[in-house]
Write a protein that binds this ligand. Structure first.
Ligand SMILES: CC(C)(COP(=O)(O)OP(=O)(O)OC[C@H]1O[C@@H](n2cnc3c(N)ncnc32)[C@H](O)[C@@H]1OP(=O)(O)O)[C@@H](O)C(=O)NCCC(=O)NCCS
Length: 154
């Protein structure tokens, strides 16, 4: 079974080095931000949500360990100030070589138990429309779409 374990400082720094540029690239591709501003805006957002880094109260930034102790991915979640009772998944990845083995579904099941134990009543997240794999994963694990944004080039 997958285990969710808080990252140490070195793991957290390594996580930021990859995740901030990746988030900026996603926002650029989704048409939300322009190329010249994307990286800085991504850095600002991470700083806003995690002012005390991996020790930010209320946030859990963890690595995912499989049955033999390999790190197969990471998951970051936290409660939402404006929506008490809801835990929000800020970031979640299973590394490429470990995909399609059911680890993401297992991690979500672990998270459901953990969040329920902390008193949360609901799990929420944002997923980019083009991310078919993630959308299929969430649908399969009981999530429903609550908002859909659409756009077209003109
Ligand atoms: C989305 C992601 C977390 C799925 O991880 P995973 O461990 O491969 O997922 P699972 O093995 O638990 O798959 C569960 C189900 O999700 C769906 N799914 C997963 N990957 C899929 C893919 N590439 N295409 C279509 N459906 C997919 C399937 O329904 C799958 O069930 P099945 O294998 O029985 O068909 C992984 O692809 C990933 O890390 N992607 C990059 C980061 C990302 O998009 N994170 C989510 C941000 S919101």
């Amino acid at each position: 079974m997958i285990r969710l374990v808080r990252m140490d400082e070195a793991e957290y720094q390594a996580y930021l080095e990859k995740s901030i540029p990746a988030y900026a690239a996603d926002k650029l591709q989704a048409g939300n931000w322009t190329a010249d501003e994307a990286l800085e805006r991504a850095q600002l957002e991470y700083g806003h949500f995690l002012p005390q880094g991996v020790d930010t109260p209320g946030h859990f930034v963890g690595k995912l360990l499989n049955e033999v102790g390999e790190v197969v991915g990471y998951l970051w979640y936290a409660g939402l100030d404006n929506n008490p009772g809801t835990a929000f998944i800020f970031d979640f990845e299973i590394y490429e070589t470990f995909r399609r083995r059911g680890y993401a579904s297992e991690a979500l099941a672990v998270l459901v138990d953990e969040a329920r134990g902390q008193g949360y009543k609901r799990l929420a997240l944002h997923v980019f429309g083009a991310n078919t794999a993630a959308r299929m994963l969430y649908k399969k694990n009981g999530f429903i779409e609550t908002n859909v944004q659409m756009a077209r080039d003109i």
